[in-house]
Design a protein around this ligand. Structure first.
Ligand code: SF4
Ligand code: SF4
Length: 372
């Protein structure tokens, strides 16, 4: 039978490779919060096989199943047959957008980024009282969630960079638009061009991002290839800070939440831990950590489109932090901070931070206690 959709042309063999073993079920946050087998990776692959066999067709009735995926890659990490479910789902979403079947929240994201420079459709970001677009060796690129929703955390990160005497500049950044690739659309070339132009104008040779998704997008998407061609290196702030000495320690019981975009998608597990272990000798891992870490439930457009389930996924993660009696849960992604922060458990005793905010707070405490 001739392939009707691009997902079949690209991924037919992979979909057929799914042996229905079900190893993906235990790690799928969507299954974990809904307990519906149709929503895990196996269910999605079975459904797509039916489409390829012509027994059902892509249509609006499949939106709930196929758009409810955080792109966490937990299934791919645990799949003995090597089925790259997130990449398959991304292509299926593009096919669905092409036939006019798309979750309205995802369609809305594309429309917003056509008109505005950020995913929230807001006009002015917090200015963070820092100069923008000056000549400097480093550009600190905040990202939409850090600019518009977790601005206190971003301010603390900038304070920390100042305390460490890092020579950086901000720019009038616009959304990297990487998220559009996850929700059935393509990177917005106009936004990408604006970011490239403003980064290059500073003369910087390094971009440090506050958001792991932005660094993934800058490093992997051809629309941002000019940065690499012009010798600009892009790293996440966790990779930049792990070589530094902060001169502070805490006796608190500290754990770490691996963001999917930094961990499973970029294989960055050690650098954030090196930083935390330096300041927190009482570091302790949660039950699921590193490549097995549970997703916070925010990714792949799920926070906007399936808000209730997204919060349920975050609660499952918070319960693991509670289980080990953590006092502090640092992470390295504003989206994770935002979603885990919104999910808050009853009687929750620990706090969710960006690691940078946590270190900055410890440095402020030390300064207060220093004899004047
Ligand atoms: S782990 Fe892989 S092969 Fe097994 S059911 Fe899930 S997607 Fe299919
Ligand atoms: S990428 Fe994550 S949310 Fe999506 S099917 Fe796989 S395990 Fe589930």
């Amino acid at each position: 039978m001739e392939a009707k959709y691009d997902f079949e042309k690209k991924y037919r063999e992979q979909i057929l490779q799914c042996s229905r073993c079900g190893f993906c079920q235990a790690v799928c946050p969507v299954y974990g919060s809904t307990l519906r087998p149709a929503y895990n990776a196996r269910g999605k692959m079975l459904l797509l096989k039916e489409v390829m066999d012509g027994r059902i067709d892509l249509n609006d009735e499949l939106i709930e199943t196929l758009f409810q995926c955080t792109m966490c890659a937990g299934c791919f990490e645990n799949c003995p047959s090597g089925v790259n479910v997130p990449e398959i789902i991304k292509q299926v979403r593009k096919d669905m957008v092409n036939i006019g079947s798309c979750h309205p929240a995802f369609k809305g994201m594309n429309e917003v980024l056509d008109k505005f420079t950020n995913i929230y459709g807001e006009d002015e970001p917090e200015d963070f009282e820092r100069e923008r677009g000056k000549k400097a060796p480093i550009v600190f690129f905040i990202g939409c969630v850090g600019s518009y929703r977790e601005d206190e955390s971003t301010l603390a990160t900038l304070d920390l960079l100042d305390r460490l005497e890092v020579d950086y500049t901000l720019i009038d950044e616009v959304c990297c638009s990487g998220v559009l690739e996850d929700v059935g659309y393509r990177i917005n070339e106009k936004l990408a061009g604006t970011n490239i132009e403003r980064i290059l104008a500073t003369g910087a040779d390094t971009v440090v991002t506050g958001c792991p998704y932005c660094s993934r997008t800058f490093n992997n998407k051809p629309q941002y290839g000019e940065l690499g061609e012009k010798g600009v290196r892009v790293v996440h702030v966790s990779q930049y800070l792990n070589q530094m000495d902060f001169g502070v320690t805490t006796e608190k019981r500290v754990t770490y939440h691996d963001p999917c975009d930094l961990g499973r998608h970029c294989d960055i597990y050690d650098e954030p831990r090196e930083t935390i272990r330096k300041i927190a000798p009482n570091f302790i891992e949660m039950r699921h950590h590193r490549a097995d870490a549970l997703c916070c439930g925010a990714g792949g457009g799920v926070r906007g489109a399936f808000a209730k389930n997204s919060i349920a996924m975050a609660r499952r993660r918070l319960e693991e932090a509670e289980e080990i009696g953590a006092d502090v849960v640092p992470t390295e992604c504003n989206s994770c901070v935002h979603n885990l922060g919104n999910a808050k458990l009853r009687k929750q005793k620990f706090r969710i931070y960006n690691t940078t905010e946590f270190i900055n707070e410890l440095m402020i405490e030390r300064e207060k206690n220093e004899p004047s």
